[in-house]
Design a protein around this ligand. Structure first.
Ligand code: SF4
Length: 372
């Protein structure tokens, strides 16, 4: 059987990338809001196992390439021995030029630098079309590597790391058991930049709840300003059952922010981003305002105008937009101008309001979005 190992998760920006699983699950696995790897145990895969997977991918690539050039039944038979899903994955990757690779799972830079260098060198040798290799990494892990080690990884092929910064507010980081301080986030981010590796920092809007509704976005902007990452990627929290945060919420220790308050928080964050030239992206469907995308500082006024135009809507129109967006009927604020969709949402809104189930329905729609 021609097969290689893959994990469950990748960033949305890596949809065209080949997924190679260097480690399994998350070595920390304690963040109160996260259920991505709950119930699993972290393990590192050996250099030999990773090389074997790379060999398999190279073989699959070779077979697919030969087949696409018109070949005989012998190749078809060989392909039938393969895991069809993985074969499709490799074919899809090749169809985009076979240029990008994402290393799974949550924190593969935890491997010894020497082992990573050996795997990366082998990968580039066996898959010569690869131009970009990226990975998630925890700030604590990045802090344990020297700038020189990170520069060696860059030299060997690591072009970008994705870091879940989530918040720059120490009180929030502690409450959520993120296992890191704001200053450590800054130090880790600066190291990555000093090594010449592209840096994506993920921010989780809503994580401060009602208690830290101002401190969370304000302090997070301060941390981002100190790092000046290449990318700031916005995410919006949805509290998921079976997480410590859900329990804390049930016990009244933490209160969830409604969508409008999260947009106000987004405004505080954006207003306080200064002196940086990062690209800010809302590249996840959970974000209410997917239009907030742009290069700083140039696009900051335009992004703030989008936020202000939402906040200036009458209450009923805000509810109409939130429901339409969560229901999947609207893509952006401009869709409010579509009379047919607007009327459709208006009718559903009235029905839910009369039944007193609007908030519960919106919460459920958000929950469904993070489950898929
Ligand atoms: S480090 Fe990332 S994957 Fe691990 S528990 Fe925290 S948020 Fe989840």
């Amino acid at each position: 059987m021609l097969a290689f190992e893959q994990g469950p998760i990748r960033p949305p920006s890596e949809a065209q990338s080949l997924l190679i699983r260097l480690t399994r699950n998350c070595p920390w696995n304690k963040c109160a809001f996260c259920n991505a790897y709950k119930g699993t145990t972290f393990s590192a895969r050996t250099v030999a196992d990773n090389k074997k997977d790379i060999d398999t991918i190279a073989e699959m690539s070779h077979l697919i390439t030969q087949l696409s050039q018109g070949n005989n039944g012998e190749l078809q038979d060989r392909l039938h021995e393969s895991d069809q899903f993985q074969l499709y994955h490799v074919a899809n990757w090749l169809s985009y030029g076979g240029k990008t690779v994402f290393l799974q799972d949550a924190n593969s830079l935890l491997l010894k630098t020497a082992d990573l260098l050996e795997i990366l060198t082998y990968l580039k040798e066996k898959l010569p079309t690869v131009e970009r290799i990226t990975s998630y990494a925890r700030s604590t892990t990045l802090l344990r590597k020297s700038v020189d080690e990170l520069a060696q990884l860059k030299q060997a092929g690591i072009s970008r790391v994705h870091v879940g910064l989530e918040s720059g507010c120490d009180a929030v980081l502690k409450f959520m058991d993120k296992g890191i301080t704001a200053q450590q986030h800054i130090d880790a981010g600066k190291k990555v930049k000093a090594a010449g590796i592209s840096l994506s920092e993920y921010i989780l809007l809503g994580l401060g709840g009602r208690k830290w509704a101002v401190e969370h976005p304000f302090d997070t902007a301060g941390v981002i300003n100190a790092i000046n990452p290449d990318y700031i990627r916005l995410r919006t929290l949805a509290v998921v059952e079976n997480t410590p945060l859900y329990t804390k919420m049930q016990q009244g220790e933490w209160e969830e922010q409604p969508d409008t308050s999260i947009v106000e928080e987004e405004k505080i964050f954006l207003e306080n981003l200064n002196g940086i030239d990062s690209r800010l992206l809302s590249d996840h469907s959970m974000n209410l305002l997917g239009e907030i995308n742009g290069k700083l500082p140039h696009d900051k006024p335009a992004m703030l105008r989008v936020i202000d135009s939402f906040l200036a809507l009458p209450e009923e129109e805000k509810n109409n937009f939130i429901l339409g967006k969560r229901w999947g009927l609207y893509n952006g604020l401009g869709d409010l101008q579509d009379p047919s969709r607007h009327e459709q949402v208006k009718n559903i809104l009235r029905e839910l309001q009369s039944r007193g189930t609007l908030e519960a329905t919106i919460a459920n729609l958000k929950y469904q979005m993070v489950r898929v």
